[in-house]
Design a binder for this molecule. Structure first.
Ligand code: C2O
Ligand code: CU
Length: 477
């Protein structure tokens, strides 16, 4: 299993980001050039064959960016411009959405809303945008996402702070969940009515950085900045680091006051990220488990932290690590305009009559199983008016009401919101995110300044829910 880039690669990357970049350095695979160097980084989406399971298992046919799953790690300095030329060598139209980046609407990668789809068999699209916030972000298609992301199209985008905080290692773990058949192939049952109306496409094989996880080597006393990213269609992870006291330092890339996660579990719905400060607490030679306890009765080990025989330092560090804040506008709660958005549908819920009426005539391939405020839209079916019309610059408090029996990670494009309350109870600390995971029959309030003009998607990031009606747009003008 490979973690974040090895030190040599990172050193080269740093050199590449400086003005002295030399064409002789193997930088093409590392990052987009910063500053004025306009050469875009290529991201070619095409079928590929990779080893997810390792020997002796067969390879898996996937769709991949540049032949690898996850796709290449893109890394830029905060406020630098990322330039990427996407080449579509798939047989299906695609696009690339830069999840969590507060970028101009035309770069958001939503087919039929912000750009035409990138044509199959050789179509291209050039993305170029500044990355205003440091943190852990990611990219993935926004066309038939429930198929394309599941087939392997996704990658991480790390935006580095101007002065990255000191840690021993900066590590990325891309968590994924695959539904594989016995021959190692991806099960082709995409968009089943069962998955759509229940928890989404839950798989049978969890991977870390595109491989079956085994042991992850650490040193006693080592301090890791662990960037966790959940790219699964539907699986929610609740990670317990046995024998450790992880500290949450950023949610969806946005710094927070360092704190122990609730119940010791780092919870990640699909699309979500967490930066965790992990001071390796095992003795030299010790192994400790990282366990996914989201479904307590089905808890399983994701990966083992294997402490080497040496020590990085005599005892784990204890001082907190506070990341510098990002320039996200602060909501003006006293003047906020309030909205309430209800999510309905799914097994055990009922699509109300209004929702079914609105759904009739939809051209999405999947059935309309869910609705947002009574309206059900699939795959960018934008005959609907925007769900909300927001005045640019104003603060909004939106209460999301999950009136279903299922979990939903609700994601807003183009903005990051502050999480205000859960079931009416204020949160104990300020958390900023682009996705909020709503438990069944719960409500959660978020607040944000609608400062980014354009039509932005608001949807559930369980991709089967998104594809079967849990999607809308909000317009900021
Ligand atoms: Cu990561 Cu609209 O999605
Ligand atoms: Cu959902």
């Amino acid at each position: 299993m490979s973690a974040a880039p090895d030190p040599l690669r990172r050193r080269l990357l740093r050199i590449g980001l400086s003005a002295t970049a030399s064409a002789a350095l193997p930088l093409a695979g590392c990052a987009a050039p910063a500053g004025d160097a306009p050469a875009p980084r290529r991201l070619r989406a095409a079928p590929a064959r990779v080893s997810l399971l390792g020997d002796p298992w067969p390879d898996t046919d996937v769709w991949a960016y540049e032949g690898s799953v996850p796709g290449p790690l893109l890394r830029v300095r905060q406020s630098a411009t990322l330039r990427v030329r996407v080449v579509n060598d798939l047989a299906a139209p695609t696009s690339v959405h830069w999840h969590g980046v507060r970028l101009p609407n035309a770069m958001d990668g939503v087919p039929h809303v912000t750009q035409p789809p990138i044509a199959p068999h050789g179509g291209t699209f050039d993305y170029a945008f500044a990355c205003p916030d440091a943190g852990t972000f990611w990219y993935h298609p926004h066309a038939a996402s429930h198929v394309q992301v599941a087939m392997g199209l996704h990658g991480a985008l790390i935006v580095d702070e101007a002065a990255p905080p000191a840690v021993d290692r900066d590590v990325l773990w891309v968590l994924d969940d695959w539904r594989l058949r016995r021959d190692g192939s991806v099960s082709p049952d995409f968009g089943s009515a069962f998955d759509a109306t229940h928890a989404g496409r839950i798989g049978n094989t969890v991977t870390l950085d595109g491989r079956l996880p085994g042991r992850f080597a650490v040193a006693a006393g080592e301090r890791l900045r662990l960037r966790l990213l959940n790219v699964a269609n539907a699986r929610i992870f609740a990670l317990r680091f046995e024998g450790h006291s992880p500290s949450l330092i950023a949610t969806d890339g946005m710094p927070c006051e360092p704190h122990a996660p609730d119940g010791g579990l780092v919870v990640l719905g699909p699309g979500m990220r967490a930066d965790v400060l992990l001071d390796c607490a095992g003795a030299p030679g010790a192994t400790t488990r990282v366990v996914d306890e989201f479904v307590a009765r089905d808890a399983y080990e994701v990966v083992t932290l294997a402490h080497g025989t040496g020590r990085r330092r005599a005892a784990p560090l204890r001082d907190p690590l506070v990341l510098p804040p990002n320039p996200v506008p602060v909501p003006d709660l006293a003047r906020a305009v309030r909205h309430r958005i209800a999510f309905t549908g799914g097994m055990g819920g009922a699509m109300d009559a209004r929702g079914m009426a609105a759904a009739r005539g939809g051209r999405g391939a999947m059935r309309h199983a869910w609705a947002i405020d009574g309206r059900s839209a699939t795959e960018h079916d934008h005959r609907h008016e925007p769900l909300l019309l927001l005045d640019r610059g104003a603060t909004y408090v939106v209460e999301f009401v999950n009136d279903t029996a299922w979990w939903h990670p609700i994601h807003l494009h183009g903005h990051s919101f502050r999480l205000l309350s859960r079931n009416g109870a204020p949160l104990p600390r300020t958390l900023v995110a682009d996705t909020t995971l709503l438990p069944p029959r719960s409500r959660g309030e978020v607040a944000f300044v609608a400062d980014n003009p354009g039509d932005w998607m608001l949807h559930c990031h369980v991709l089967e829910h998104q594809a079967s009606g849990m999607m809308a747009t909000v317009r900021v003008a």
